[in-house]
Write a protein that binds this ligand. Structure first.
Ligand code: NAD
Length: 492
């Protein structure tokens, strides 16, 4: 920690340990705390207080009370507060990017280039939708004089994963708040820092107490208490398919609608007429972004036989040129894996892929650079093998791509669609008309052309099958999903 050159404001924030959680406008600490570890060193950077079931229970009670006025607040007031929050995020971009870098391990430039500004944009985007929305719609029916009123649900609960804490939180809570719901957030206990900082900014922005509550805690204790609270009116979960299934079951029992944004195993279809250099660059960037810990990344690459050798040779060079390093160093293009546990899992997957016949084209080892030996580093990895290899099918969640060959475009679409995940796929071809046809045929929430990991507010980002259900994020439909419809009718 002492060797770090951090913004003094970042240091001041970390020093107040254990960092308290934020409930009903108060900063609270319960009896338990844990270390927050920098994945580049495996040293503690601070401690956080861990919320307990009673804390979650209290937070839901406060959020219920706060909803009575927040749900009735004029949209223009909600807009102003969300815009204020967005401007404070932009003001403190450097601090937030540093927190994201030492917590998740990502290059700071990635956080300043994407995570933080894109999160700020989310609050602005949904703030605008709050005032543009039609909350009362006349139906013009024959028998009844009737209209639909759209109302917020009440307390919305959010459970987030460790890979994009700040951005995913914004994608989740911005539409919920804009629509008039109050929120109780459980960030991952591995990466809670930027969400706690967000609570600080929300307090500064002037959100009424109880509207935004942030309580890190363990999944099985604090998380379980939150998801099983029958007073929550909406559940939004982002994380693994296994935990999502459990949360869906619990919410089903309570009849609480659940939005589940889950894992993926994205396919990239690289046609014989693809621009090989652009595809190599785009896909190398996609699988090394956030050290491959990206749900929607392309982790199985189907390459046409005609260009396979050229593509793989160029991809090998590109992978071997990626500069690994601590996120805070300017040269780092890829940081460490977020946790030691996840690093061990990635090595295990690679070993098992080999045991099932895959070969390593490059990577799959710890870097030789001694200065990186304390961190959770792995070199970007290309595996080659067959469709039935378990790691051509299952999510690894690291910088590992699985190479597969194809000859026929229709046949490869069928092969790609056999996978039960349905998050994001891409098609690479210089024939745009053909690429669009193939993109339509791929089953998933998102089909991108000549790019991978494409986000823009207004462009719906969702999923199907094992990758999730219940909505998606980033569009007008997301905002509408946080409003319930109520019919009001008088017989003429
Ligand atoms: P995870 O499912 O292990 O944990 C996610 C969150 O759930 C954490 O906050 C954890 O504490 C909590 N949790 C665990 N058990 C719980 C329980 N019983 N009750 C309530 N909460 C519980 O996922 P992870 O390892 O943190 O994140 C990686 C996964 O997230 C990957 O599968 C990735 O694909 C997925 N993900 C999906 C998206 C998307 O938009 N579809 C985005 C990011 C990550």
């Amino acid at each position: 920690m002492t060797q770090l050159t951090l913004n003094p404001n970042t240091l001041a924030f970390l020093e107040n340990k254990p960092l308290a959680f934020f409930s009903n406008g108060e900063w609270l600490r319960s009896g338990q705390s844990i270390d927050v570890v920098d994945p580049a060193t495996n040293q503690a950077v601070t401690q956080i207080a861990m919320a307990q079931p009673q804390d979650m229970n209290d937070a839901v009670s406060h959020a219920e009370v706060a909803f009575k006025s927040w749900g009735a607040t004029a949209p223009a007031k909600r807009q102003a507060l969300l815009q204020k929050l967005a401007s404070l995020i932009r003001r403190d971009e450097d601090i937030l990017a540093e927190l994201e870098s030492i917590d998740v391990g990502k290059p700071k430039a990635e956080a300043t280039g994407f995570d933080v500004p894109f999160a700020a944009d989310s609050y602005d985007y949904f703030a605008t939708l709050a005032v543009e929305a039609q909350y009362e719609v006349e139906l013009g029916l024959k028998v009844t004089d009737s209209h639909t009123v759209k109302k917020p649900y009440g307390v919305a609960a959010f459970v987030f994963p460790w890979n994009f804490p700040f951005t995913l939180c914004a994608w989740g809570i911005a539409p919920a708040l804009a629509a008039g719901n109050t929120v109780v957030i459980k960030p991952a206990s591995e990466t809670p820092l930027s969400t706690l900082y967000l609570a600080k900014l929300a307090e500064e922005a002037g959100f009424p107490k109880g509207v935004i509550n942030v309580l890190p805690g363990s999944g099985s204790v604090a998380g379980e208490a939150l998801i099983s609270d029958s007073r929550i009116k909406l559940m939004s979960f982002t994380g693994s398919t296994a935990v999502g299934r459990h949360i869906g079951e619990v919410c089903g029992r309570n009849l609480v609608p659940a939005k589940l944004e889950l894992g993926g195993k994205g396919a990239a279809i690289i046609c014989s007429d693809a621009d090989v250099d652009a595809a190599v660059e785009g896909l190398t960037g996609a699988i090394t972004l956030n050290a491959g810990q990206v749900c929607c990344t392309a982790s199985r690459w189907y390459i046409h036989d005609d260009i396979y050798d050229e593509f793989v040779a160029k991809a090998k060079v590109a992978f071997e040129s990626i500069v690994l390093g601590r996120g805070l160093t300017e040269s780092a293009q890829m940081g460490p894996i977020c946790t030691e546990k996840q690093l061990a899992k990635i090595f295990e997957c690679i070993g098992d892929a080999q045991a099932h016949g895959a070969t390593i084209v490059t990577g799959g080892v710890r870097p030789s650079d001694e200065s990186l030996s304390d961190g959770n580093y792995i070199t970007p990895t290309l595996l080659a093998g067959a469709d039935d290899n378990p790691w051509a099918i299952e999510e690894i969640f690291g910088p590992v791509s699985f190479l597969l060959k194809f000859n026929d475009e229709q046949e490869v679409i069928e092969r790609a669609n056999r996978n039960l995940y349905g998050l994001a796929n891409s098609v690479w071809s210089q024939d745009l008309a053909k690429a669009k046809v193939l993109a339509h045929q791929l089953v998933g929430g998102n089909s991108w052309i000549n790019a991978h990991n494409v986000f823009e507010y207004g462009l719906h980002y969702g999923a199907c099958n094992k990758s999730g259900c219940g909505g998606g994020v980033n569009s007008k439909a997301t905002f509408e999903g946080y409003l319930r419809h109520q019919s009001v009718a008088a017989v003429r």
